[in-house]
Every structure is written in C-alpha cells, then in structure tokens.
Design a protein around this ligand. Structure first.
Ligand code: COA
Ligand code: MG
Length: 296
C-alpha cells in the first residue's frame, strides 16, 4: 500500500471562489484545510471572476498554514479546461475533481498535471458523489496505487448522491451503507476520506450528532460549508486528551522489557494486542500535529 504523509483533516471548509469576503476570510479560519470551489457553489456567469480571484488570492498568499485545495469543474464540462489551468497556476496542495465515476476521470487530470508539475507537488482529491462512484469505489481507490496517480483523499458528496439517487429528501440512514463502503475503499488503499456536508449550518446539535456518527464510522474529517462548523468538527474528529492518554499507555506498556516480545498484554483490565500499537502510535502523531495547529 502506498504510504502517504500523515495529515490532519478534521475540518475542511468549502469557500466559494466567487465570494470575495469568504475568500479573504479563509486565511484566518481555524480549519485544517480549505477547498476553494469553482464548481457547484459558483454560478456560470461568475466563473471567470472566480478564477481571477483565486489567482489574485494565491498570488498574495503563496504560503498558508492550512492545506489548500481547489475544486474544478469536470474536464468534460464547458468550464473544466479553464478551471484546470487557473487551479494549476495557483499551485495549491491539491486539485479536487468532482463527479468522479471511473479511475480515468482522475487519470486525465493527473496526466495533464504531469506535463508541468513533474515534481508531483500538486496532489489530487476525488469527489465520490455519483452512483457510479459508489459502484466503482474499490477500483477508484485502487487506482491511487498506480505510479503517478497523485490521489490522496476521497470526499463524499452527499447532496449530489442523494439527488442522483432521487431520494425525496436528506436521509442519512439511507446513505450510511454507501458512505461506509467509501470508508472501506479508502482504508483498503491507504487514502484519507472526508464526510459530506451538513446543510443546516445553524443547527449546532444536529451537526454535532452527525460529526460524532461520522467519526464513529472512521471518517478522517468532515467537509464544511460555514465557519460556524469548524470548532465542532475539530472537536469531533480530533484526538481527545483521554484518547491520547490511552494511546500513550499502550505504547509505554509494549516498551516495558517484559512485554517487548509479547503479542498480547493485559492493560487496566483490558486485552491489548500488538495490532493496537500501530494505531496508538498514529494517534500520538496526530495529537502532536493537532497541538502544533493550535499554536499557529
Ligand atoms: N467560507 C468562508 N467564509 C464564509 C463562508 C465560507 N464557506 N460562509 C460564510 N462565510 C462568512 C461570510 O462571508 C460572512 O463574513 P462577514 O462576517 O465578514 O460578513 C460570515 O461568514 C457570516 O456568514 P453568514 O451571513 O452567516 O452566511 P451567508 O448567509 O452569507 O452564507 C452560505 C451562507 C451557505 C451561502 C455560505 O456559508 C456558503 O456559501 N457556504 C459554502 C457553500 C459551498 O461552497 N457549497 C459547495 C460545496 S457543498
Ligand atoms: Mg457535488
């Protein structure tokens, strides 16, 4: 499995590139990553200005404390080619490809990037938001293992998926098995996976409940539509002091001379296997990363 660098992706905010105030504000927010959107959040007549705004913004802020991603329109759409050129010129951390149906949809963008970004600095993220993406999830995630694929992260798109499935309304219970399938596909091939958005951005309790559920399903974080949602996502997908303490005690226990060769030990009345050690180390690394972020 391809080893990818550990990234904190608890809170990932969509910022419509057409919204001047929101783009300006984006550099000051406490989210782990930003997705500057040129696709669904931008009306056709506003696309050109939106691209220009991103060029200006990245020109003024060539570096950022946050991971920065640009979502383009599909290459097959009338806006895709121009979006791609604008995004590439901005040199973001990644380009997010919408409505991925098959691995080829990612490969086409990867091929175009290779022409000018041989150093592999711009990564790719894929929106999983069509019925075909659900059916092809394993093949799409598997394609991330291909040399030069650049694929790092899958993003569930629940609004598009619900629309394409003709669900009469938002229905998390119906989507859940499909979302879980995306988590399985991501994990099978070492990718990160982000949950879809929660539309009712003033419903703090409903949002917190959905974050808890998504964290319990194994998602790395949640995509967000409003700054009000950042704190709740950071809390739900972050490493709590309790979890960090448990992880530290597991690492310490396996470090004791008498446990060096043990496959399984007893710790505070629980069975802990060596397989939990890897997870404990990852938890500690994420917690350290989180502290670094808080100090920014
Ligand atoms: N990113 C950055 N800033 C944002 C923001 C976002 N996604 N959403 C709102 N803000 C800013 C507003 O610009 C405003 O800034 P100000 O205080 O400087 O005036 C402040 O937060 C409060 O905004 P508010 O009035 O509560 O929201 P709104 O009614 O202006 O906008 C939405 C509501 C849903 C239209 C807006 O949040 C949005 O466009 N979200 C992203 C939508 C998107 O990208 N969808 C595609 C992916 S699903
Ligand atoms: Mg979409």
């Amino acid at each position: 499995m391809t080893r990818r660098p550990l990234r904190l992706r608890r809170s990932v905010l969509y910022v419509p590139a057409s919204n001047e105030k929101a783009v300006a504000k984006s550099e000051t927010l406490a989210c782990d990553a930003i997705i500057y959107d040129l696709e669904d959040a931008v009306a056709p007549a506003a696309k050109e200005d939106a691209r220009e705004r991103l060029r200006d913004h990245f020109g003024a802020h060539p570096q950022s404390a946050r991971e920065r991603v640009i979502r383009i329109n599909a290459l097959s759409s009338e806006f895709g080619a121009e979006d791609f050129l604008a995004a590439r010129a901005c040199k973001p951390d990644a380009i997010l490809i919408p409505k991925v149906d098959v691995p080829r949809d990612i490969a086409d963008v990867a091929d175009m990037l290779t022409e000018t970004d041989a150093a592999d600095t711009i990564r790719l993220w894929a929106m999983m938001e069509t019925p075909k993406a659900i059916l092809n999830a394993a093949a799409i995630a598997d394609w991330g293992e291909t040399e030069g694929s650049r694929l790092d992260c899958l993003v569930a798109g629940s609004n598009d998926l619900a629309k394409d499935l003709r669900l009469p309304g938002p229905n998390r219970a119906v989507l859940q098995p499909m979302l879980m399938e995306l988590v399985v596909a991501a994990r099978a091939f070492g990718l990160d996976i982000l949950d879809g958005v929660f539309n009712a951005f003033r419903d703090e309790e409903g949002f917190a409940a959905e974050c808890r559920e998504a964290a319990g399903m194994g998602f790395d974080g949640k995509t967000l539509i409003h700054p009000l949602q950042i704190e709740g996502a950071n809390a739900a997908f972050g490493i709590s002091p309790e979890r960090e303490a448990v992880a530290a005690s597991i690492v310490a226990a396996f470090d004791r001379p008498e446990n060096r060769d043990a496959g399984v030990i007893s710790l505070d009345g629980r069975m802990v296997e060596r397989l939990h050690l890897e997870d404990a180390r990852r938890t500690l690394a994420l917690a350290a990363r989180q502290r670094g972020q808080e100090e920014d």
